[in-house]
Write a protein that binds this ligand. Sequence first.
Ligand code: NZQ
Ligand code: ZN
Length: 389
Amino acid sequence: MNNFIFENKTKVYFGKGCVGEYLPKIAAVHGDKVLFAYGGGSIKKNGVYEEVIAALEKAGKTIIEFPGIMENPTYKKVLEGTKLVKEKQVDWILAVGGGSVMDCSKAISMAAVSEKDVWDEYWAKKGVVDFEPMPLGVIVTASGTGSECNGGAVITNEEVMIKTDRDYPKCNPEFALMDPTYTYTVPTKQMVAGSFDILSHVMETYFSEPDEDNVSDDISEALMRGVITSLRAALVNPEDYTARSNLMWLSTMAENRIIKLGKKCDFECHQMEHQISAYTNCSHGCGLAVLHPVYYRHICQAGAKKFTRFAENVWKIPRNGRTDEEMAEAGVEALADFIREIGLPTTLREVGVEKKEDLKEIADSCYLVDGSYKKMTHEEILEIFLECF
Ligand code: NZQ
Ligand code: ZN
């Protein structure tokens, strides 16, 4: 394994009823004024809004609502929230939603106390967060991103058409309340997209060096099998508590830094998806589903031994005399079959790319990462995009 330092400051309260039981106590030890940040209104239809308000009122808090955080949150929305925090002299932030609400709230927690333009200083480039952001807690309503237990925040700057992810440990929420029953109302399409996002996070970690025996790869295989099994069960019965709780914790486990320890990680597919999303505003998990099989067909021979292990240990494909190269391909095809089985899109047209001619500009805007079995060039990314079109 490569050397590492591990830290994760988020305290997790997991399980049915955790919000009503713990939020009043947690709120009691925080300041008077809380910014209650949420999305487009799903929490007003499923009872979560009332439960959160009741818990905050029980603790005697002054609630300042910040609704309307959109999917793929924009820097403009971050600035709007920051203005409200400053005007109302908010003490702490409670984000209630999926990755978009949590990410936007993390950026607000930084902008609330920083004198700098946070896009320029912390998203356009990797900055140094040498201050304490405003305290932030989260209540997760959709599984997928794992934002609840990391410092990651993905923000879209519409003016420059760039969607950038940064992970600052100081932005880890102080606490995360995770009630799996809150995810029962997530629309099927979003549940499937979020689950694929989990799978992608694990794969992007697993398919990178080192490849000798290591804890991370063993855990990753269990997580990938878990996503496949739990998603299939949740598709049959959306109110399957076991499946929903597994998906929720799988989501956290994939992105709480644990499986990344000692690994290089290859998040190139995420970089490609973020730029597709910056241009089309597509759902993150849907964009990933289109790109992954094609990207892996490009790189699997460079990491044939690992893709063989993936085929054998995740998809249970028997050897039957096949070479590593053939097994590697079979593993990627099993992934492609699964994507079709769960009904995710398979072309960029389906996620909103209208013209082939647009793909060059998008490909050129993608960030090239180190850590892949085969480092991409912008020309190869364009090739992949064209194959996906
Ligand atoms: O906005 P509302 O009305 O709440 O509806 C949301 C939204 O329309 C809905 N939803 C959420 N919980 C629900 C629900 N609907 C009914 N019942 C519920 N309980 O789901 C829709 C999607 O929500 P969103 O938060 O956008 O989805 P997700 O959690 O997939 O987050 C996606 C964002 O996170 C970023 C993505 O790029 C994207 O911007 N990511 C963040 C990461 C991180 N911070 O570590 C890592 C990821 O790789 C990812 O890039
Ligand atoms: Zn993701």
